[in-house]
Design a binder for this molecule. Structure first.
Ligand code: BGC
Length: 756
């Protein structure tokens, strides 16, 4: 790595400004006279989308492996496996001469209708953060960079370039930022990509609070911030806010604006220098990785199949799966011939090969007689003849396999879904087939939750196969025939109805703003708190075997927050085939000064077990597993008290509970102010000590003025409740001249005692 400071000193103002805006759609600007090479970036996240000509914004790219998209990756709950995928992505980047892969996406699935949910991991920030961190660490371990995106609160496609997400700070800190925070702190992505949208009125590209204060200062991010493609509106304002690299280029006017702003004194050159430093560091880190070595496409295809198999979720199974092979199988649904294995938009990969589901099925079907009918049209039309043919085939078979893909016109980057249904034709098809063939298995391809109430009852089994990558066709066959025992679990809740979803009344917003009115309560946090039934809960997924949980243990019953603890449980495979279980640990705070969701995921582990085998699973829980963000204190805090550790097979299937007692080590300042109310004074330990004598006098005075005797029990304090929520000074003012001093002087005196 050359000496960055000396290079910086040699660069002209024009060269520095040019480095901070792309030269092409995918390159930074090289400075040949100083030996500064160009950096080449490519999408991400589930494959390397390297376009042959970097000056072009074409979607068509060189061949690379299309791995399953993030929904499927997340459903594996397997950080080790994501690591393998990250390494494979890096090998492909090396082979395709790419320096930085634009991914992963760590945005929360706030609502299942977000058209881009297929590119995001989860509704849970802990799970998304752990997965993003292992993806990033693995890619970067091979000398290829990543771009963690889209920072922040980019949770819908509707008006994504302009909409302002209106989010309170606690919700940001606890829900929308932690996946980014974990990934930055654990894995140090080389770059972070800002989001298109605004946050509380300020563009992601112009937000110094997000880019400087939180990302760089608080979390210690050492890489550079790149704009999402076209997210910069004012290059000078964005530089000032900490947006280091604008993409795409060329944008000569933007470069000139930066030069002019420095010359006129409107932009401090030190700001520009800092961006240049950050970009140069990554440019030279990337240059250290030799490129060009071809990657092993066959091995990566096999890995893509493995990940797809591990991510598929067995949602329903009434003694039909795994299939035995032989007999007559009616394969219905065009997705069996034309697999829907990735989403539409910037992440679109040109695959090295594609498994055709029906062909893969034939290979494992043990000589079964297989028929095929397309079942539904490619568009939204209704074609009864297709249904009639499918029904006849299903009737003549021993089992019907329905391959149903949610079409791109219903789900894609660029727009949100209008509903959570399959197409009307697909629903009619499933119902018609299940009416004649009870042994019907539905295999779904989609990027986020769909509703099923209109058709699920007639089916014998449902497999959620997601956008499963280029080898997904083989992975479906593996799962159907039990070559792979399904172990995927939902990383997002499947609701019964769209109207049940947490953001239903607050999406897509109005007049340019979308208010995150549900606050902390997204995903299972909402369904738990509102006690609302769901179709399939977060963390859910069936297996061909069964698991028993026993002997839960904690490393200590009483602990200091900073020390954390570990919780363990024995898991036994009680069935007759090998399988994998995802053990989930949720934390429930029994009492807290601010409301908290009923439970939150804070640890998980995936364990492989032979029949009859038992393994002990141990999960560490640290300070943050118990803390919440207190906007008054402006920090993560813990409070003394009891916590339940819920160990479960899903968020709705808790198998063991251990209760522990936390002792907080924090010395928090008092939040009392001039305007605090008696209730707040009494809730504050130091406040209560200094205020209580006066409070007792106030009570007596109030009782006297109402002509009642408080000791006789006929003074109903509850009826006076509202007084407890008035500013103390105003309550005192009722006492008139009986007070020894002016009301607010008394309050100031109490405050001085509290702070002393
Ligand atoms: C997407 C990014 C992507 C970029 C480059 C944008 O429209 O939001 O995720 O990396 O384009 O293709």
């Amino acid at each position: 790595m050359p000496d960055i400071e000396s290079l910086l000193a040699q660069m002209t103002l024009e060269e520095k400004a040019a480095l901070c805006t792309g030269a092409t759609a995918w390159n930074t600007t090289p400075v040949e006279r100083l030996g500064i090479p160009r950096l080449l970036v490519s999408d991400g996240p589930h494959g390397v989308r390297r376009v042959a000509d970097p000056t072009s914004m074409t979607i068509k790219s060189l061949e690379s492996t299309c791995f399953p998209t993030a929904s499927c990756m997340a459903a594996t709950w397997d950080t080790e496996l994501l690591g393998q995928m990250g390494q494979a992505l890096a090998e492909e980047a090396i082979g395709l001469d790419v320096d930085v892969v634009l991914g992963p996406g760590a945005n929360m699935k706030r609502t299942p209708v977000c058209g881009r949910n297929f590119e995001y991991f989860s509704e849970d920030p802990f799970l998304a953060g752990e997965l993003a961190a292992s993806y990033i660490s693995a890619v970067q371990s091979k000398g290829i960079g990543t771009s963690l995106k889209h920072y922040a609160a980019n949770n819908q496609e509707h008006q994504r370039m302009t909409v302002s997400a209106e989010v309170d700070e606690r919700t940001l800190r606890e829900i929308y930022l932690p996946a980014f925070e974990t990934a930055v702190k654990k894995a140090q992505p080389w770059t972070v990509m800002c989001a298109y949208n605004r946050l509380n009125g300020v563009y992601g590209s112009e937000n110094p609070w997000l880019l400087e204060e939180i990302l760089k200062d608080e979390w210690g991010f050492a890489g550079f911030v790149v704009s999402d493609w076209g997210a910069v509106h004012d290059r000078v304002v964005s530089l000032q806010a900490g947006l280091d690299l604008e993409m795409p280029g060329p944008r000569p006017r933007r470069v000139r604006a930066v030069v002019d702003a420095v010359r006129s004194g409107a932009l401090d050159e030190a700001k520009l220098d800092e961006a240049v430093r950050r970009i140069l560091r990554v440019v030279f880190m990337a240059a250290e990785t030799p490129k060009g070595a071809p990657f092993d496409a066959v091995a990566h295809h096999a890995l893509a199949r493995k990940i797809a198999g591990e991510g598929m979720v067995l949602l329903k199974n009434e003694d039909i799966l795994p299939l035995k092979g032989g007999g007559r199988i009616a394969v219905i649904g065009r997705a069996a011939q034309e697999p829907h294995f990735q989403g539409h938009g910037s992440s679109h990969i040109n695959p090295t090969q594609v498994d055709i589901p029906i062909a893969e099925l034939e290979k494992l079907a043990g000589g079964a007689k297989i028929t095929y009918h397309e079942g539904y049209p490619a568009d939204d039309s209704s074609q009864p003849a297709l249904i009639a043919a499918a029904v006849a085939a299903a009737q003549a078979a021993d089992v019907a396999l329905l391959y149903i893909a949610l079409p791109t016109f219903k789900e894609s980057e660029g727009y949100d879904r209008k509903d959570l249904e399959l197409t009307a034709h697909q629903v009619a098809l499933i119902n018609a087939v299940t009416a004649v063939q009870p042994r019907t298995v539905v295999i779904l391809n989609n990027g986020s939750a769909v509703t099923m109430s209109d058709w699920i009852d007639g089916t014998a089994a449902v497999v959620e196969a997601w956008m499963m990558g280029q080898a997904g066709g083989g992975a479906i066959a593996d799962v159907l025939f039990g070559v792979v025992n399904p172990s995927g679990k939902l990383a997002e809740t499947f609701p019964l109805r769209l109207a049940d979803t947490p953001a239903y009344l607050n999406h897509p917003g109005e007049h340019g703003k979308v208010r995150y009115g549900e606050g902390l309560y997204i995903g299972y946090r909402f369904y738990d708190a509102a006690e609302r039934p769901v179709l399939f809960p977060f963390g859910y997924g069936q297996s061909y075997t069964t698991f028993a949980y026993s002997a839960p243990k904690v490393s200590t019953r009483t602990f200091h927050d900073v020390d954390g603890l570990t919780v363990s449980v024995d898991v036994t495979n009680t069935g007759s085939v090998a399988g994998k279980e995802v053990v989930q640990v949720y934390v429930h705070d029994r009492a807290s000064s601010l409301p908290r969701p009923p439970k939150e995921l804070k640890g998980f582990a995936k364990v492989a077990l032979e029949p009859g085998e038992t393994k002990t699973v141990t999960v560490p829980l640290d300070f943050r597993a118990f803390a919440f963000y207190h906007p008054g204190h402006g920090q993560w805090i813990t409070e003394d008290g009891e916590f339940d550790l819920l160990i479960g097979a899903s968020s709705a299937d808790i198998r063991c509970v251990e209760t522990v007692t936390l002792q907080s080590t924090l010395q928090l300042g008092s939040l009392l102010t001039r305007l605090s109310t008696p209730r707040q004074w009494l809730a504050d330990p130091r406040g209560k000590r200094v205020f209580n004598p006066l409070f007792q006098q106030l009570l007596s005075a109030m009782a006297a003025s109402f002509g009642v005797d408080p000791t006789a029990g006929d003074f109903n304090m509850d009826a006076m409740d509202y007084i407890l929520d008035m500013p103390l000074g105003d309550v005192l003012d009722f006492q008139g001249d009986a007070l020894p001093a002016a009301p607010y002087e008394i309050v100031e005196g109490l405050l001085a005692q509290v702070r002393a």
